[in-house]
Design a protein around this ligand. Structure first.
Ligand SMILES: Cc1cc2nc3c(=O)[nH]c(=O)nc-3n(C[C@H](O)[C@H](O)[C@H](O)COP(=O)(O)O)c2cc1C
Length: 325
């Protein structure tokens, strides 16, 4: 594949999800191969000190390239790279392409998939059946309303445990773009549209996660203000995504992206509930409740349902910035 072809694969893969939309993937063309590097300056040093979420994001980007390459009948071979960080860049993988695959069925949703953090309309019987059809060896589909409510309560507790850390909130706010006047509103991070916040709600969220947090926490009202239980109303399911405990998060990230595309292919939408996986006590509780064994790792979870509203433009860096010379 020539350089233009490789560039178009990267462009397609930029639709991939990444933690806080930091978009850590950088790409270099090396003959007929693509070299994937991590821009380590975008690491979440508080929220992701070990680079687990960065690896998931890089794996997701790689899977995006592989799915896009299948459109041209190309199978993608991935060789993980070791190597030192140089100039803020860490070599991650080398991707080469060989003839001989059918177009991936998930191609149809690669560009359309997006986080949906808004509310859901009540699921139809077909929606519930579509959610159940996602069941598989690496995911549990929780659709009993009582079990969804229990997962929601656990999620709120897990999320609060994480968010009450001052440095975590500072880092999160650094990636939040609460007003279209923010210079990076359309480039990266989490803007108010993506978070489904109106102008006034965005101002409120900035204050609650910022200067008001400590007083509200001292009054004991911060957990209720931050609770997302409402977002679970009308959810068709909570999907628990688990992989072998010893799997590298880069490989889990490839499978994570595929699962998310499968969710969108059903016509439902959803968002990630990373706190359930990131808070060890919650991960352990929900795995026990749903029969996920100790040889498995809860990589992530999703809340899915029928979107109640319209999508918004995707926020991404320009291609020229992620393609390195
Ligand atoms: C490892 C990882 C963790 C994530 N955690 C969360 C999360 O806890 N809550 C959430 O709403 N989105 C989460 N996301 C989704 C990203 O915020 C989202 O993919 C990114 O903002 C890009 O937007 P898009 O999914 O609409 O393309 C996560 C994504 C990844 C890859």
């Amino acid at each position: 594949m020539n350089a233009d072809g490789l560039r178009s694969l990267v462009a397609a893969a930029m639709a991939a999800p990444s933690v806080h939309n930091v978009q850590p993937a950088r790409w270099r063309i090396d003959g007929e191969a693509l070299i994937l590097l991590e821009d380590t300056t975008r690491r979440l040093t508080v929220g992701d000190p070990l680079g687990n979420d960065a690896e998931i994001s890089l794996g997701a980007a790689t899977e995006g390239v592989a799915i896009a390459a299948s459109d041209a009948g190309l199978a993608t071979q991935v060789e993980r790279l070791g190597g030192e960080v140089a100039g803020g860049l860490r070599p991650v993988a080398r991707l080469t392409f060989v003839e001989g695959v059918e177009p991936d069925p998930l191609l149809a949703v690669l560009q359309a998939r997006a986080s949906w953090r808004g509310s859901f309309v009540p699921p139809s019987p077909q929606d519930l059946a579509a959610a159940q059809a996602l069941l598989g060896e690496d995911r549990v589909v929780v659709s009993d309303p009582v079990a969804i409510a229990a997962a929601a309560a656990l999620y709120d507790r897990a999320s609060y445990t994480i968010i009450r850390g001052d440095s975590f909130r500072a880092e999160l706010r650094h990636w939040m773009r609460l007003s279209p006047r923010h210079p990076d509103w359309a480039r990266d991070g989490l803007n108010a549209n993506a978070m489904q916040l109106s102008g006034i709600e965005a101002v409120g969220a900035g204050a609650v996660l910022g200067p008001l947090f400590r007083p509200l926490a001292a009054l004991g009202v911060a957990p209720a203000l931050l609770a997302e239980a409402k977002g679970f109303t009308n959810a068709a399911a909570v999907v628990l995504f688990h992989r072998a405990a010893d799997e590298h998060p880069f490989d889990s990230g490839r499978a994570f992206h595929r699962l998310w595309l499968e969710i969108d292919a059903t016509g439902l939408g959803g968002n990630v509930l990373a706190a359930l996986a990131d808070d060890p006590a919650s991960a352990s509780a929900i795995c026990t409740a749903h029969g996920i064994g100790v040889d498995r790792r809860l990589v992530s979870a999703f809340r899915i349902g029928r979107r109640d509203g319209h999508r918004f433009p995707r926020t991404r860096l320009p291609l020229a910035e992620v393609m390195l010379d």
